[in-house]
Design a protein around this ligand. Structure first.
Ligand SMILES: C[S@@+](CC[C@H](N)C(=O)[O-])C[C@H]1O[C@@H](n2cnc3c(N)ncnc32)[C@H](O)[C@@H]1O
Length: 328
């Protein structure tokens, strides 16, 4: 996901949110003004997803909120042809992914519970997820990784915490211009297996000597999510990408505290996290994420920065807080 794709896909997710409410025959209710409790009486059971959608639509000027009621203001604009072609070009599969999660969102909204599976299981859904998370030349994750790599010294030890299927590990290895000792840590054994295969595949193709050396030193660690971080080793840099939305607020605080403990004295942390700027300036993808059972909420910018500042003395934000660098 990069800034341009984010801009292009935002109207798409706003449009989908409003269309879903219309599909549930709620347009007339919004024209007359409706409260959250009346919406619940109409069979909308997933309150977190619902309030996320409503705040998003208020922020985008589609609805307004007055005297506890939500009122219809205007129809959202569909995605433009140019935006659509940008997404198709750089993220083929992203529309399929959006169709897939919108269908899940409909069920979740009406049943009150996300489906049992994560939505990332099985070849097909992993293929669709990879379609939106793949690394484009200006992806946010790649930018965060470049920031981290520009600061590490030769032979630095780096941890990608919650490395998932290893796309971040691959980007770190491809962009490292020095010798590094890279560890990837994951709570999900399925993801860790995927990361192992990713590294194996890279090793099979690597020609460059530095890349070969760095690949030989990669370690993949399985840890229990109760521990927040793998224990017993200290790092020069910790990188964490889109993990915080799987934790509740006090767990996020605890995580930063534990990261500080596994950093060497001059070590630093780089965080890439999709966030909400404020209640009505929400990330437009946020409501769809409630279809993932382990998802909680994207952090709100101010609280997100505060939880990092509570642990680290020097905190620098980039891209409105989407990327944060922190050190003691
Ligand atoms: C959206 S994926 C991001 C993966 C990878 N960092 C990336 O940038 O693509 C979120 C990752 O957080 C991991 N994770 C770490 N701690 C977790 C926790 N307590 N609950 C759920 N997921 C957790 C998941 O296993 C998953 O790999």
């Amino acid at each position: 996901m990069d800034a341009k794709a984010f801009q292009a896909s935002s109207p798409e997710f706003v449009y989908r949110a409003w269309n879903l409410l219309k599909e549930l025959n709620l347009k007339r209710d919004f024209e007359n003004g409706i409260t959250i409790s009346s919406l619940k009486r109409k069979g909308i059971k997933h309150e977190r997803m619902l309030s996320c959608m409503l705040d998003l639509l208020v922020g985008q000027g589609i609805l307004k909120f007055e005297n506890h009621k939500y009122y219809f203001v205007k129809e959202p604009k569909p995605i433009t042809k140019e935006q659509f072609s940008y997404l198709q070009k750089h993220y083929p599969g992203s529309t399929e992914w959006a169709d897939f999660v919108t269908a899940r969102a409909r069920k979740t909204l009406l049943s009150g519970k996300p489906p049992k599976d994560t939505g990332f299981e099985g070849e097909e859904s992993l293929r669709l997820w990879d379609a939106i998370m793949q690394e484009s030349p200006h992806s946010f994750r790649k930018m965060a990784i470049e920031k981290m790599l520009s600061k590490v010294k030769p032979n630095a030890s780096i941890l990608d915490l919650g490395c998932g299927g290893g796309i971040g590990l691959k980007t770190i290895l491809q962009n490292a211009k020095k010798d590094i000792f890279l560890d990837g840590a994951e709570v999900s054994s399925e993801y860790l297996e995927k990361a192992k295969n990713q590294i194996k595949k890279m090793s099979g193709h690597a020609k460059n000597k530095l890349l070969k050396r760095n690949l030989e030193r990669v370690k993949l660690i399985h840890y229990d999510k109760k521990d927040f971080v793998p224990k017993g080793k200290k790092y020069d840099a910790v990188f964490i990408s889109i993990v915080l939305n799987h934790l509740i607020e006090n767990q996020r605080e605890k995580l930063f505290q534990e990261i500080k403990e596994i950093l060497k004295p001059n070590g630093f942390l780089v965080v890439f996290q999709l966030i909400h700027q404020s209640k009505f300036e929400r990330n437009p993808i946020c409501w769809l994420m409630h279809t993932i059972p382990s998802h909680h909420e994207y952090p709100f910018k101010e609280r997100h920065l505060k939880s990092i500042k509570n642990q680290f003395g020097k905190v620098k934000e980039h891209l409105n807080g989407i990327i944060v660098e922190a050190s003691r």
